[in-house]
Design a protein around this ligand. Structure first.
Ligand code: GDP
Length: 316
C-alpha cells in the first residue's frame, strides 16, 4: 500500500544523490522528482537538459562515477573529431551521451514535449520512478557577471564559474506553465512530503520555484516541506554555491540556503557542524551527517529526511 507521494525538487549532481537515496527507500510509485530545466540549452544543434540527464543516468545506474557527470563507459570520438575540425569542444559530450541528445532533439522537433520524452527515456532505461521537468516551456538561466550577461552554460562550463556573479535571471520563467502532472500530484491530497534536495539554491531550486504557480502549489499541498542543506561544514561540497553566496553579498552558511526557501520550509536537515548557523530559523532543524559518499549514506539521509517530514506532518 502506498504511504503517500514524495515530491522531490532537484538540480543535477547534489540533488540526484538524494534522489537516488529516496528511490531506494520508497516504492517507485511514491516518488516524483521535479527537475530543474534552467540549465537546459541548445548546443551544436542539440537540445541538452543537463539536470534531467544527470537524474536519469544516476537513477538507472548508468552514471559515470569517475567523472561525476555524464554516462559510464563513455568514449570521446565525437569530441576529439569535432576539435580536429575546429568545432566547439568546450562542452564535453561523450559518444553514448550524444545519442540521448540526438534522440531528444529529434522528438522535440517532431512536436513532443520534454515531459513525454523524459518519461519514455526513463522507461527505456528501466527507471520506475517519475522524473518530470518543472515545465515543458523553455526557461533559461542567465548570469549578470563582471564579464556582462552570460548564458548559463557559458558561465558554468566555458568560463568554469570564474566570473563574479551579480544577478541571476530565469528567462522565460514568467511565461512558463508548471508541468501539468506535477500540479495534479500536488493538488491530489496524497502528498506525504516535499523534499528540496541539497542542490544549489540559486541555480537549481530557485528556477523551479520561479515557475508561476509552482511555489504556491508546493506550499498548499498540505505536506511538510523539508530541505537538506547543500552547505556542509560551512562550505559547498562541490560547485559554485558558496562562491555565489559570497558574490551576492550573502553569508556563506546553511542558514543562507534555507532563507532562499522562506515561507516554504517546515524542516531543515543540516550537518552537526552547521547547527550553530541555523539557530533562529523558523523551520524545525534536524542535525545529521549530510555528506553522501556512497549508497548507504544516500539511503540513510533519505530516511532521515522522511522521518523528519513525517514528524512534522499535520494530523489528518
Ligand atoms: P548541479 O545542477 O549539477 O550543479 O547540481 P546540484 O545543484 O543538484 O548540486 C550542487 C550542490 O550539491 C552543491 O551546492 C553541493 O554543495 C551540494 N552537494 C553535493 N554533494 C553533496 C552531499 O553529499 N551532501 C550535501 N549536503 N550536499 C551536497
Amino acid at each position: 500500500m502506498s504511504n503517500g507521494l514524495v515530491v522531490a525538487l532537484s538540480g543535477g549532481v547534489g540533488g540526484a544523490k538524494l534522489a537516488l537515496g529516496l528511490s531506494r527507500v520508497l516504492a517507485p510509485e511514491d516518488l516524483l522528482i521535479v527537475a530543474n530545466t534552467g540549465d537546459d540549452f541548445e548546443h551544436l544543434g542539440l537540445s541538452i537538459s543537463p539536470d534531467i540527464d544527470t537524474l536519469t543516468y544516476v537513477l538507472s545506474g548508468l552514471d559515470n562515477q569517475v567523472l561525476g557527470w555524464g554516462r559510464r563507459d563513455e568514449t570521446w570520438s565525437f569530441m576529439e573529431t569535432i576539435a580536429t575540425l575546429g568545432g566547439e569542444s568546450w562542452f564535453r559530450l561523450g559518444d553514448r551521451d550524444l545519442a540521448l541528445h540526438v534522440e531528444r532533439t529529434r522528438r522535440l522537433r517532431a512536436g513532443q514535449t520534454l515531459s513525454q520524452i523524459t518519461r519514455d527515456v526513463c522507461r527505456q532505461l528501466g527507471i520506475a520512478q517519475r522524473v518530470l521537468p518543472m515545465s515543458d516551456d523553455p526557461v533559461r538561466t542567465r548570469v549578470r557577471s563582471d564579464e556582462g550577461w552570460l548564458d548559463f552554460q557559458d558561465y558554468f562550463v566555458r568560463r568554469q564559474c570564474k566570473p563574479v556573479v551579480h544577478e541571476l535571471v530565469f528567462e522565460g520563467a514568467a511565461q512558463a506553465r508548471p508541468q501539468a502532472d506535477v500540479l495534479t500530484a500536488l493538488a491530489s491530497g496524497t502528498v506525504r512530503a516535499v523534499v528540496i534536495c541539497p542542490s544549489n539554491p540559486f541555480i537549481s531550486i530557485e528556477p523551479i520555484l520561479a515557475v508561476p504557480g509552482l511555489r504556491d502549489a508546493l506550499a498548499r499541498c498540505g505536506a511538510p516541506v523539508v530541505a537538506v542543506s547543500p552547505i556542509v561544514g560551512g562550505r559547498a561540497v562541490k560547485g559554485p554555491t558558496a562562491k555565489m553566496m559570497q558574490e551576492l553579498g550573502l553569508t556563506i552558511s546553511a542558514a543562507t540556503a534555507a532563507r532562499r526557501y522562506d515561507g516554504l520550509l517546515s524542516g531543515y536537515v543540516v550537518d552537526p557542524a552547521d547547527a550553530d548557523d541555523v539557530r533562529g530559523l523558523s523551520a524545525t532543524i534536524k542535525t545529521a551527517p549530510t555528506l553522501m559518499t556512497d549508497l548507504a549514506t544516500r539511503e540513510a539521509l533519505a530516511r532521515i529526511v522522511l522521518d523528519l517530514a513525517d514528524s512534522l506532518a499535520p494530523r489528518r
